[in-house]
Design a protein around this ligand. Sequence first.
Ligand SMILES: *Cc1c(COP(=O)(O)O)cnc(C)c1O
Length: 397
Amino acid sequence: MLRQSLMTEPDERGYFGRFGGRFVPESLIPALDELTEAFYRLRNQQKFQEELADYNRHYGGRPSPLYFAKRLTEYAGGARIFLKREDLIHGGAHKFNNAMGQGLLTKYLGKKRIIAETGAGQHGTATAMIGALLGIETVIYMGEKDIERQQPNVQRMRLMGADVVPVKTGSRTLKDAVNEALRDWVRNVETTHYLIGSVVGPHPFPLMVRHFQSVIGQEVKHDFLEYFGELPDLVMACVGGGSNAAGSFHPFIEDTKVKLLGVEAGGKGDQANSRSITCGSQGILHGSMSYLLQNEEGQVKEAHSVSAGLDYPGVGPELAYWNETGRVDFTYAADKEALDAMRLLSRLEGIIPALESSHAIARAIDVAKTMDKDERIVVTLSGRGDKDLETIQGKMT
Ligand SMILES: *Cc1c(COP(=O)(O)O)cnc(C)c1O
């Protein structure tokens, strides 16, 4: 019943069912209204679409390949496994798609400055890249502790001309950087766009980020219809905030024969993990109603995962909605399983996946075993693993 009335767009208040909305200071509402209006207008405007498509192709390297992982398929011994190679996009991950789209939108809005928050530095790096490309002043807020832990990304951002501002408040990590970025936005909303990095935050961000990331699923669909004349049986992606998953899944939402499976980070397998959907509960985080990890008093718990990109205590509202309606299933993989999958894919295919993506690979191998040999699975390989070489030192056996 629910499936027939599944929402593929939020309502005018930005809700997907009971998830989404805007839980922000009053002073930001005009900026969010302006952004919503501009986004709805530009996403249908031919000039904007063509310019974005041009950057995606000639600067970003899109379309990314769809690769049949023959040796991985033989290893699993079941369904055929295909990889959607977002690791080959400029910057080495899907984060480009969103930064590019919002960066261009900033230009069309006539704003002179971009701000962003970053935890591990991946989103900050993608934003710095686009700031340089479009010649827009870029300020990245980053917790002091994260700056210490993520030096190579800090150097990349600075090299590309971004101003990396250390945040010294609270736990000096991602959530404090988000607060600082929000404060900046409230002060400078006339001239500044806040480039949020995943399908989270107040409306229209979850919708807008998913829109720019949907290029992933659209390309998969196009390639499948061209090569096989039919759609994949299953599409899988890892879930942090949920942007690569939302972008991979959304074009298939109404194709109910295509199963969709999101893979969260299970951490060490005990309470310390990042499973917002499979372990969390309803609440408000960073401006929208969704699922998050919280204690009985509603205090946000810190997430823990070997992969920095999945280390987020919340998840996008549209994914919470898909979970509740049963359209998308969610599962998880533990740190150790991700590390094993990273090594396996490296050895079998000569592709070093990001630790984030390795969570989806780990589960894909198990799921493939339970499926027929003529069935097909697509796993979104959200990024490359070069950034993780230091993290995995001594963790591989
Ligand atoms: C940031 C990141 C993720 C997690 O973010 P989502 O918004 O859930 O996609 C996953 N993979 C890589 C490579 C990342 O950099």
